[in-house]
Design a protein around this ligand. Structure first.
Ligand code: NAG
Ligand code: NAG
Ligand code: NAG
Ligand code: NAG
Length: 296
């Protein structure tokens, strides 16, 4: 048989192989993470965050759902101790939707931070702290939608399985994870807005960055409670020391944390102050208001 194979058939087989490769290559392009270098020259982002398209950016971790909530007005409740003693709880809860971060609890702090959670944006590093207390974070209100973000490799291997296991015990849990291509968009956005490459400048985007972008995607207008303006920590005289988290009285000073992270070039750090400068730029573009403290 071998000897009778015509050259014609060989050409066909080779062509078929090439076409298959092309199809595989193209389908990978759509779903997989690129190496950052390949696209460095031209981030292909829509001009407005509103046009990113929520539905394909967040994949359901369990069940058959799409993230299709939309809110006219959202409150982002930061985890900052600036909210302690503010008595803002009732005001915050009157917002159509409220967005909280990581393992910031409401139990015990409702008078200052409210007790309604529409969305909770959770970093890969906080997943265990959140899932360990399902009565507080997963099962407290039926409406809560959890949105997890993390490096695609780490998320896919272990963390998604952990989230899925918890969702077996809590079938009403509504959980999504930022897709690999959306994670890359978050990076491209940071580079486009700051001119800095997140990876080569050895920094990590903060949960605040993800939360702000998600809020702009999901909400027509956003009110941020408890976020200090970009120049707050470098003003003279220096502001009073404040714990970084309202729920951790012994957590390090907020400004010391911001300044240390902004200046550090060793290891992976968050560029909190750089991020806030970008938020300031977005304020008028996307109808974002900041209070406690106010931004001018
Ligand atoms: C998933 O949801 C879609 C749209 O709601 C529906 O058409 C489809 O049948 C569902 N699939 C499963 C397996 O439940
Ligand atoms: C929190 O929830 C309770 C019960 O649902 C409600 O009565 C209360 O007014 C809420 N808000 C605050 C700020 O505690
Ligand atoms: C889950 O949701 C359904 C329908 O909304 C409700 O009837 C049920 O009580 C909920 N289960 C839990 C454990 O909250
Ligand atoms: C911004 O949002 C506020 C509160 O939802 C609303 O009253 C105001 O009209 C909005 N402004 C613009 C320019 O859309």
């Amino acid at each position: 048989m071998k000897n009778h194979k015509s050259p014609h058939a060989v050409v066909l087989v080779v062509l078929f192989g090439l076409v298959m490769l092309l199809i595989i290559y193209n389908s990978n392009n759509r779903n997989e993470v690129f190496h950052y270098n390949t696209l460095r020259a031209k981030p292909s982002l829509p001009s407005s965050l509103k046009k990113w398209g929520v539905k394909n950016g967040y994949l359901p971790v369990s069940g058959n759902k799409t993230l299709d909530r939309h809110c006219h007005h959202c409150a982002i409740v930061t985890s900052s101790s600036h909210l302690l003693g503010s008595k803002l709880g009732a005001t915050i809860d009157r917002s159509e939707c409220t967005i909280r971060m990581n393992d910031a609890p409401t139990t015990g702090y409702a008078a200052d931070v409210g007790n309604k959670t529409t969305f909770r944006v959770v970093a890969h590093s906080s997943i265990f702290r959140v899932l360990k207390r399902p009565q507080e974070f997963v099962n407290k209100t039926p409406e809560t939608v959890l949105i997890f973000w993390g490096p695609p490799v780490r998320m896919q291997k272990v963390l998604i399985k952990v989230i899925q296991r918890v969702s077996v015990s809590f079938p009403n849990m509504s959980a999504f994870v930022a897709s690999p291509s959306r994670m890359k968009q978050f990076d491209d956005l940071f580079r486009m807005e700051t001119g800095k490459d997140r990876v080569s400048s050895r920094s990590w985007l903060s949960t605040g960055w993800f939360t702000m972008v998600i809020a702009v995607e999901l909400c027509d207008s956003v009110h941020v409670y408890g976020m200090v303006p970009p120049n707050y920590c470098t003003q003279k005289p220096q502001p009073h020391k404040m714990p970084y988290h309202y729920y951790e009285p012994k957590s390090p000073d907020e400004c010391a944390t911001y300044i240390h992270n902004e200046r550090s070039h060793k290891g992976n750090h968050h560029r909190f102050i750089t991020e806030k400068r970008v938020f300031g730029k977005w304020a008028s573009l996307y109808n974002i208001t900041f209070s406690h403290p106010d931004w001018d």
